[in-house]
Design a protein around this ligand. Structure first.
Ligand code: NAP
Length: 359
């Protein structure tokens, strides 16, 4: 019998891109989501089976499924019931989150997942596949690195779900990994000029998934993750720190959610996705102060997400001997990103040595 996989949240902006990408690969995933009304037209157009159910009914709804690809974010609200159901039914779990608490939760279920013989691989999209592979490649090139810093440019405007997920994170400030621990820091904690492939740009630290996962993939105890941003925006992020409590207020969040719904319907269209590309930069530093730098260019975040998530889901239909919580670079190999269409890579080169302790 052919093994089946299910895409949940299939009629969301990214879920639909993924469903169409899967069909292009000759795959026939089942489409899932909570609204029968929204799900049916897409399933009929693509000629795929569909199952409408709430996440709370996951246990009754995943029968016969080998791999679940969860695209229904913010994932903080969908990961628990799905992982519980996947453990119960022995279904591999993949999602496209970038939320640190979701990675932490999946990691906390590692022993249970190993016992059930299933894979838990959150972060199978733009966040975190290219940065996670970049971190792993840097670690291979500088095995005694004690610091890995990463930066990216997003390459297109935000989708509805990305904006909505950012609203949920507002007011929480930033996060870095220091001496192996996650440490809360103010928003825009560090601003830095980053030499991306197409030119040097300002970037500000953000609590991106790799703050957690780079340390898991590489064992390197210190990581900052930066996103390219105009300097004024980086400075505004810092200036807004004393006002963070305002952004946490439920009434303000509700107001922002409504604004996002109006402003960010869908996401970048096909032409914008084709036009945009993302750029990545990463550095590794060892205790002697040796520093190496690698860079990468990829298709825009949404195109890469669809491509990577489908590859990872297909891989998990017949995985090698691996189970438990895993990161994309661990599951697919650090060179996975280099195999993807439209990716160019500048392998690590030594940068000017910096005096010890001056990083
Ligand atoms: N890893 C990456 O690089 C990457 C790339 C793209 C997107 N993302 C993330 O993926 C998520 C989706 O983004 P998007 O742009 O596709 O968003 P979207 O267009 O708003 O779609 C979200 C989908 O999730 C469903 N959903 C949300 N909460 C749900 C819940 N509690 N129960 C059942 N279904 C639920 C929605 O169903 P309804 O319409 O019924 O509400 C919809 O189908 C976001 O969290 C975003 O940050 C990550």
């Amino acid at each position: 019998v052919t093994k089946q996989w299910l895409i949940y949240g299939a009629y969301g902006y990214t879920g639909e891109l993924i469903a169409r990408e899967a069909v292009r690969h000759g795959q026939r995933p089942i489409l899932g989501g909570r609204s029968e009304q929204k799900l049916r037209p897409l399933a009929e157009e693509l000629g795929l089976e569909h199952r409408a159910f709430d996440v709370a009914q996951a246990k009754e709804s995943l029968a016969g499924v080998t791999v679940l690809l969860n695209c229904a974010g913010p994932f903080a609200t969908t990961v628990r019931p799905f992982v519980e159901a996947c453990l119960h039914l022995r279904v591999h779990y993949i999602d496209i989150t970038g939320e640190i608490p979701v990675f932490q939760f999946c990691h906390s279920q590692d022993a249970q997942a190993k016992q059930a013989g299933i894979i838990l691989c959150p972060g199978a999209g733009f966040d975190i596949v290219p940065t996670d592979c970049l971190a792993a490649l840097l670690k291979e090139a500088l095995p005694d690195a004690t610091e890995i810093n990463l930066a990216f440019t997003s390459g297109s405007r935000l989708s509805h779900g990305t904006a909505q997920t950012m609203v949920e994170g507002l007011g929480k400030g930033g996060m870095i990994r220091r001496n192996g621990e996650l440490v809360a820091v103010p928003s825009g904690y560090r601003l830095r000029r980053i030499p991306f492939p197409s030119g040097t740009r300002w970037a500000a630290t953000i609590p991106w998934g790799d703050v957690y996962t780079a340390g898991v993939s590489t064992g390197v105890p210190n990581t900052l993750v930066y996103v390219a941003t105009p300097l004024a925006m980086g400075l505004a992020m810092r200036a807004a720190n004393p006002l963070r409590f305002v952004l946490k207020a439920p009434s303000v969040k509700q107001w922002l959610r409504k604004k996002v719904d109006r402003r960010y319907a869908g996401g970048p269209d096909e032409a914008a996705r084709k036009r945009g590309h993302a750029e990545l930069w990463g550095e590794a530093v060892n205790p002697a102060g040796h520093r190496i730098v690698a860079r990468m260019t990829t298709p825009n975040g949404y195109t890469l997400t669809a491509d990577a998530a489908v590859e990872i889901a297909m891989h998990c239909l017949n995985p090698a001997e691996i189970s438990g919580y895993t990161t994309p670079s661990h599951l697919m190999g650090s060179r996975f990103i280099l195999s993807r269409p439209g990716v160019t890579y500048e392998a690590p080169v030594a940068d000017v040595a910096i005096p010890h302790g001056a990083s």
